[in-house]
Design a protein around this ligand. Structure first.
Ligand code: GLU
Length: 466
């Protein structure tokens, strides 16, 4: 049974990078008939925030990602919060010490810092020199008697670790370059290396899919898995996500947290679609895909190892495409909560903008055209100020015939004023909306109704020259 895990640290909201990691885990498991586990890596009490756990679950649910085991749903391998698993890490570290695979190290921070500086000054890579490796039981007891509290270090013997990453093929590293590394801190808390390996091992994780920033940790983890007697999972390291020009992701580039996209009303299916394309391309070219299609098509082995490029314009394009594909009834029911303007507007008012949105919250500004209090400024009237004949003709027509027959009105106005093309349509649009672009007038005018149209036309006529 394929078992993958998404293991966020609850230090802040999910961002694009970790949302993609979660999605790739989910899609891989879904495509293979496996399951995803949610594990909260809250070993750092200072940086972890309790409320973020709920926020992360909310974001993942919003994206439609499901997990079969986790802190909220339980499962046979719990608890699923690392802060509740310290006894397991202590037990594992104790076992490693007993078996001679790890040892207490009494070197002080100051001593280590001093050695590090010296190595750097000599142009060498700093690494622990193994001083406490060979301490006898007596020597240890003496240091303990002095009140020194040790860390626990894992013994790394020289030699290359070779593994096949599912995305980057063969990786070879000699972890002894980093020296014996700490698995338990002075205060008894586990380091990331220990907790992640104990958990992946005990939770029977078969595939570790995570960000490339962890690639350099993996050889050390492989040694730990072996030492602890666990099967070594397969690894897939996802490339980093950069801006179009290779720059670091930032808000300025549109890379907001997931909760911000949620608040703005980006359809989650569009975000899922976009995230899936960050490093993976569908085999058949069509990039607009539903979550169901993605589950069937996604192939972890085809994920690229070069950096993925975050392109906000593409996300907006995809989002618009998804919005257009929603049925009219569903579109209205999803868009309505975003409308905060006055009155209750008919469904048709929302549908006027269905083809021109990137996210639901944009509808609010668009619907301001129906606000009875909307004042079109003289400045916004533009060429309407030169079109008194047209505006007066439109007002006269609406007074006698209402707003139902736009085509007929335009025919009458064309004949009456001799205007055509832009000089016929644009003044009317400007007088009624104050904008050069907007929804089809034939649909908008009947929805605005005679009263609002006449009020705006009369105001524009007053502002006209001559
Ligand atoms: N908690 C780690 C992080 O947020 C994840 C570690 C892992 O996936 O192995 O980066």
């Amino acid at each position: 049974m394929i078992r993958v895990r998404f293991a966020p640290s609850p230090t802040g909201h999910l961002h694009i990078g970790n949302a993609r990691t979660a999605l790739f885990n989910f899609l891989f498991a879904a495509g293979q008939g496996g399951i995803m586990i949610l594990r909260i890596e809250d070993t750092d009490p200072e940086r972890s925030r309790e409320e973020m756990i709920g926020e992360i679950c909310k974001d993942l649910n919003w994206l439609g990602l499901e997990w079969s085991e986790g802190p909220d749903v339980g499962g046979a391998f719990g608890p699923y919060r690392q802060s509740q698993r310290f006894h397991l890490y202590r037990e594992a570290a104790g076992r490693l010490v007993k078996e001679g695979k790890a040892y207490p190290c009494y070197c002080t921070e100051e001593e280590l810092e001093e050695k590090k500086k010296r190595a750097l000054a000599e142009g060498k890579t700093p690494r622990y020199d193994g001083r406490c490796r060979g301490l006898s039981a007596d020597e240890r007891a003496k240091l303990e008697a002095k009140g020194l509290k040790p860390v626990i270090r894992f013994k790394v013997d020289p030699g290359e670790v070779v593994f096949r990453d599912l995305i980057r093929e063969e990786v070879r590293v000699d972890p002894s370059l980093y020296g014996d590394f700490v698995i338990v801190r002075q205060d008894g808390s586990p380091t990331f290396h220990l907790s992640v390996c104990v958990d992946d091992g005990m939770m029977n994780i078969t595939h570790v899919i995570r960000g490339e920033d962890h690639l350099s940790n993996t050889p050390r983890h492989i040694l730990l898995f072996k030492a602890l007697g666990f099967e070594i999972p397969q690894f897939a390291h996802l490339s980093l996500i950069a801006g179009k020009g290779g720059e670091l992701l930032s808000k300025r580039l549109g890379a907001m947290s997931l909760s911000e996209y949620r608040t703005l009303g980006y359809p989650p299916e569009a975000l899922v679609n976009y995230l899936a394309l960050l490093g993976w391309s569908p085999p058949e070219g069509n990039e607009i895909l539903t979550p169901e299609e993605l589950k069937k098509m996604f192939n972890l082995l085809k994920v690229h190892h070069s950096a993925a490029c975050f392109d906000f314009d593409k996300l907006n394009w995809l989002s618009g495409e998804h919005l257009r594909r929603i049925s009219d009834a569903e579109f209205v029911s999803r868009a309505r909560p975003y409308y905060t303007g006055p009155g209750t507007l008919p469904d048709e008012a929302f549908l006027l903008f269905k083809d021109n949105l990137r996210c639901f919250s944009e509808i609010n500004e668009k619907l301001s055209v129906f606000d009875p209090g909307l004042e079109v400024s003289e400045n916004d009237l533009g060429i309407a100020r030169e079109a008194k004949d047209l505006l007066a003709g439109a007002a006269e027509f609406i007074r006698s015939e209402g707003t139902a027959s736009y085509e007929k009105m335009m025919g009458v106005l064309k004949q009456k004023t001799g205007r055509k093309g832009k000089t016929l349509f644009m003044p009317l649009r400007l007088a009624l909306t104050g904008k050069e672009h907007g929804p089809e007038m034939a649909r908008l005018i009947p929805l605005l109704g005679a009263e609002l149209c006449l009020k705006r036309l009369e105001k524009a006529i007053l502002a006209c020259a001559g």
